[in-house]
Design a protein around this ligand. Structure first.
Ligand code: M6R
Length: 630
């Protein structure tokens, strides 16, 4: 939820930490701070609000040391103000923290009884106090102090600590949110995400839970929480810097909306045979024992193993949050109709606490763009305790925690998604859900080759169809000033289009802070109809599919109550044109691919309305890209 960067090396830490924080700002942007060595002490500079506020303050500061830590915050405990901003400093100790210390209140009150004075309302400051006690009062080294406090901490955390007593050292430790280290040419960078490390090195080491990294003089040593030395593998990352640049677009989100044709093509590419127009999920990894063996996979054996797993599946659970959850709902329609396997879709925060009954021969699919979402990860870990159940992850960030811990792995291949509102990861996931549904259907002998060919051809047509749909950018740009005056938006669809209505409403809420509801169109008369008047915009998804006539009837009901209808349908639909204030025509597609096209105008609508309201489209208020706390 927050972003951490630490640096030690020959360069100026201020510049490296600030550019690292800039690349991590998507993780949290309500306050930021650094502590950088200067004249033997860690000088702390912090600011409320966006990173630019901190940058302005830092313009006036210089540092003579070569070690520093930095943090960009998404507040959990305590308001987003300067006092609560990280780093937290107690005596010679400074720390930055991402996550939540769940037992902080009791530990804090014990320390207060012993005379400790807390300056902030955060849970994080406690960690600085605990380390201080050991380092200052009991004379332990920074490293030993960290080891000795680990048993006391409950919760999810990744932490980086420094001490003025031995300022050339840093200690990183984690249980939960990611921490990655890169070392090159006498420099070491520690960060919450790869973006902040890539300018220094492409060879990185992922710190695992309950591990500690000790950094000194450009070298890193890894230890278990009990202090045993560990030998850890370095991973080379393929990365191009332009992936994290706007490339002329006004916002990352707009760039990412326009990248969707490529994202779909990249998601499909590994798994489709372009000669036979058939599907085979490649390198899923069910055949090997553990993530680290994925490199040695035997492709044919893995195909066989995936097929075997799919053949045995009697029930499917899909677990995710937010936009990924809506992608899972689309998956439910696809899998049930194509493969005839019962599917349950759950929001991860509910799934993990509702004592879900998961029978043997179930497959659990977890979806997460970031691969770090705390609730989804907890659900995965819960399921993994049941030995009879396989977990298949669908992630965008390779080697993320969810990816590493699942039995089987599929990749969105959407490229880095910076905008907090998810767009391209969503359509990539819908593409993969199509492939998973078809593969399950094939394993269950429910899909003949003619239908398989048709579905594949419809999928392959999506990227170029999307290019046409993106022309609605101009329409929403010019309509945004009118649209922003509606008091609310009701998004409706039926069947597989219903989750797209939910996703459209979520996009408008998170970007334009407007009241928007997604509804199954057939449910409208059970309540939401009361909302409709001339101030309410109705966005109706009405593609040519089996439920077309029924959805048109729902549209007429909304129109009869005075709602202003924007309908989204297939091709030249005269009926919809007559019934709607605006009719948006999508290319004719199949029932399985309509959702991939329908979501694009909804993303553009939300983007342009938010932009015309002058809201921060890439970093909407109160949100963060990667939700690593409950
Ligand atoms: O990284 P994940 O896919 O697990 O994230 C799940 C949600 O937090 C995410 O989709 C969120 O709803 C986005 N802000 C939606 O735009």
């Amino acid at each position: 939820m927050c972003g951490i960067v630490g640096y030690t090396g020959p360069e100026n830490p201020k510049d490296i930490i600030m550019s690292g924080l800039k690349s991590l700002e998507y993780r949290g942007y309500d306050s930021a701070g650094v502590a950088i060595l200067h004249q033997g002490q860690f000088k702390r500079v912090r600011a409320e609000g966006k990173l630019t506020h901190l940058a302005q303050k830092l313009d006036k500061e210089s540092f003579d040391g070569h070690v520093g830590i930095g943090h960009t915050r998404w507040a959990t405990h305590g308001e987003p103000n300067e006092t609560n901003a990280h780093p937290h400093k107690v005596g010679p100790i400074s720390i930055v923290h991402n996550g939540i210390i769940e037992n902080y209140a009791e530990l804090k009150s014990e320390l207060q009884q012993q005379g400790a004075v807390f300056e902030s309302e955060t849970d994080s400051e406690l960690v600085a106090h605990l380390i201080y006690q050991k380092n200052q009062n009991e004379g332990m080294s920074l490293f030993d102090s960290v080891l000795s406090i680990l048993p006391e901490l409950t919760g999810a955390y990744s932490i980086l600590a420094v001490s003025e007593k031995r300022p050339e050292e840093m200690v990183a430790f984690k249980n939960g949110p990611p921490l990655i280290l890169g070392a090159s040419g006498g420099a070491v960078v520690v960060a919450s995400d790869l973006q902040a490390i890539m300018p220094i090195t492409k060879d990185v080491v992922y710190l695992e839970d309950d591990e500690v990294a000790f950094i000194e003089k450009g070298q890193v040593q890894f230890y278990s929480k009990n202090g045993e030395a560990l030998d850890k593998a370095t991973v080379h990352i393929d990365w191009s810097p332009e992936q994290v640049e706007k490339q002329g677009y006004a916002h990352f989100m707009l760039k990412e909306i326009f990248e969707q044709p490529r994202a779909v093509a990249n998601a499909l590419e590994p798994h489709i045979d372009l000669n036979s127009h058939t599907v085979r999920l490649k390198n899923v990894g069910f055949s090997v024992d553990g993530f680290d063996q994925l490199d040695q996979i035997n492709i044919e054996e893995d195909f066989k193993k995936t097929d075997e797993v799919f053949k045995s599946v009697e029930r499917i659970f899909i677990v995710a949050c937010g936009t990924s959850y809506y992608a899972g709902m689309v998956g439910e329609y696809l899998i049930e109709q194509m493969a005839g396997i019962p599917v349950e879709v759950d929001v991860a925060s509910e799934f993990r606490y509702r004592h879900t009954i998961i029978p043997e021969n179930s497959l659990v699919i977890v979806i997460s763009q970031s691969g770090e979402t705390a609730d989804t990860l907890a659900a995965l870990r819960q399921v993994k305790k049941l030995n009879s159940v396989k977990v298949l992850s669908i992630c965008n960030v390779k080697r993320s925690t969810i990816d590493r811990e699942a039995h089987g792995h599929l990749y969105m291949n959407a490229g880095v998604e910076i905008g907090v509102a998810s767009t391209k990861a969503f359509v990539s996931t819908l593409s993969l859900m199509n492939l998973v549904a078809m593969s399950l259907a094939k394993a269950k002998n429910n899909l003949d080759v003619v239908t398989e060919n048709k579905y594949v051809e419809q999928l392959l047509a999506v990227p170029s169809q999307m290019e046409k749909v993106l022309a609605y950018d101009k329409f929403f740009k010019s309509a945004a000033d009118t649209l922003k005056n509606f008091k609310g938006f009701l998004y409706m669809g039926r069947g597989i289009n219903f989750p797209i209505a939910l996703e459209g409403a979520l996009k408008l809420k998170e970007l334009a802070y407007m009241h928007a509801e997604g509804y199954a169109a057939g449910e409208m008369k059970h309540g939401p109809l009361a909302l409709i008047d001339s101030q309410m915009a109705i966005v109706m998804l009405v593609p040519q599919d089996a439920l077309y006539e029924k959805t048109v009837s729902n549209l007429e009901e909304a129109k009869a109550r005075g709602g202003v209808v924007i309908s989204i349908g297939s091709g030249e639909d005269e009926k919809l044109k007559k019934l709607s204030r605006h009719y948006l025509s999508l290319p004719e597609a199949g029932w399985t691919t309509n959702p991939l096209l329908e979501v694009l105008p909804l993303q553009l609508l939300a983007y342009h309305v938010a932009n015309s309201l002058e809201y921060d489209v890439d970093q909407p208020r109160n949100l963060a890209k990667s939700v690593t706390v409950e």
